[in-house]
Design a protein around this ligand. Structure first.
Ligand SMILES: C[S@@+](CC[C@H](N)C(=O)[O-])C[C@H]1O[C@@H](n2cnc3c(N)ncnc32)[C@H](O)[C@@H]1O
Ligand code: SF4
Ligand code: SF4
Length: 343
């Protein structure tokens, strides 16, 4: 099974974690977005006030590199409409680090796609449904589906996907798309595009929009069906476990997130501010954080079913879901079907 941060091997992840090194850092250049996704963890934010300056971003990226990071994962907000995107991506590239960009596609013109291809940026393009009505509703914006399709065409025109030009489709699992996901998965595999399907973390907008919700039993059925399909049709073998389909989330071992205002957090779901890079160097924040130590040491610290589970060596569920639903980032993941009595 692959690990989130797909290109790093399990041995690399374990070694980096043991040596307290990063392998990647997730970063937000800005939280401003032109979509209003019904499930998004980013609260609506219309202004760039208080955002890190380009000088601060460059310093942060340098610090991440010194801590071992080999890749910067760009989140947001919507990076493709951030005015200094190319400058910042060029800086990451010049530091010898790989780029991974999560995008809703709206600013991916043929020119930007060529720029990304030249930098061999890894791109994860949002696509929650191939039905335009469903896609637009989930994105909270009429015409979102058309923008995504234009972005896909621009990326294809620039040579995505290929060996050097990794392309994933990022999809959240919800009531509106769950029935079409096996077909979407097959289509993506045939196209050479990596499916990045994930369970919605119950936070922010997702909590207000319970019409999105699927049950743990439905998640189990979907994960199992996709595992069988991937094995029988594409020869890929993996164990179903939340929160990523065909993937393991072990990001706290080797990554962290820094928000647009400089707050460091373990990940976008464990929204515990550990410190701000405007006051304290990133390395010091990470090295002195009990939360990070607990998460890295999960085999000893995880509680409940996740502690006793037969999968425990390789899974700790979604720490974000545990934190958001129970207030304890070490609690058992309440969204897992095993916890809901559906082993
Ligand atoms: C916040 S977005 C920022 C980048 C870009 N705007 C996009 O949508 O890809 C980063 C990723 O988080 C995912 N995401 C947002 N809210 C989520 C939630 N509540 N649970 C799980 N994933 C979520 C999005 O689908 C996207 O793949
Ligand atoms: S998921 Fe991405 S595109 Fe959607 S509202 Fe959040 S930041 Fe914007
Ligand atoms: S109970 Fe916890 S460790 Fe076991 S599969 Fe579910 S999330 Fe993973």
């Amino acid at each position: 099974m692959q690990i989130y941060n797909l290109e790093f091997s399990e041995a690399e992840v374990r070694q980096a974690a043991a040596e307290n090194r990063l392998l990647s850092m997730e970063i937000e250049f800005s939280r401003v977005c032109n979509f209003r996704c019904s499930y998004c963890y980013v609260e609506e934010e219309g202004t760039r006030a208080g955002e890190l300056s380009r000088r601060e971003l460059r310093e942060l990226i340098r610090q991440a590199r010194e801590l071992g990071a080999r890749k910067i994962i760009v989140l947001g907000g919507e990076p493709s409409i951030y005015p200094h995107l190319r400058e910042m991506l060029s800086f990451i590239d010049a530091q010898g680090m790989a780029i991974e960009l999560f995008t809703n596609g709206s600013g991916i013109t043929p020119e930007l796609a060529s720029f990304l291809a030249e930098k061999q940026a890894r791109v994860a393009l949002k696509l929650n449904s191939r039905d335009p009505e469903i896609q637009d509703r989930l994105a909270g914006r009429l015409g979102a589906s058309a923008l995504i399709q234009q972005a896909l065409a621009a990326l294809r025109g620039a040579g995505y996907p290929s060996r050097e030009r990794f392309l994933a489709i990022s999809t959240v699992i919800c009531r509106q798309n769950i029935a079409e996901l096996p077909a979407l998965w097959q289509w993506l595999r045939r196209e050479g595009i990596e499916p990045f399907f994930e369970v919605i973390t119950p936070q922010a907008n997702a909590l207000d929009n319970d019409w999105l919700g699927v049950t743990p039993a439905e998640l189990k059925t979907l994960f199992t069906a996709l595992a069988e399909l991937d094995q029988s049709q594409f020869g890929r073998s993996w164990t179903p476990q939340p929160p990523l389909v065909g993937n393991r989330c072990m990001r706290h071992q080797v990554s962290c997130v820094v928000t647009a205002s400089g707050e460091v957090m373990p990940c976008v779901g464990v929204t515990i501010p550990l410190g701000n890079i405007r006051q304290t160097p990133l390395g010091e924040i990470l090295a002195t954080s009990q939360v990070i130590a607990d998460l890295k040491n999960y085999r000893q610290t995880i509680k409940g079913e996740c502690r006793d589970c037969e999968q425990a060596a390789e899974c700790y569920g979604c720490r974000g879901a545990a934190y958001q639903l129970t207030g304890d980032y070490l609690a058992s993941d309440p969204t897992c079907w095993r916890n809901a009595g559906g082993s």
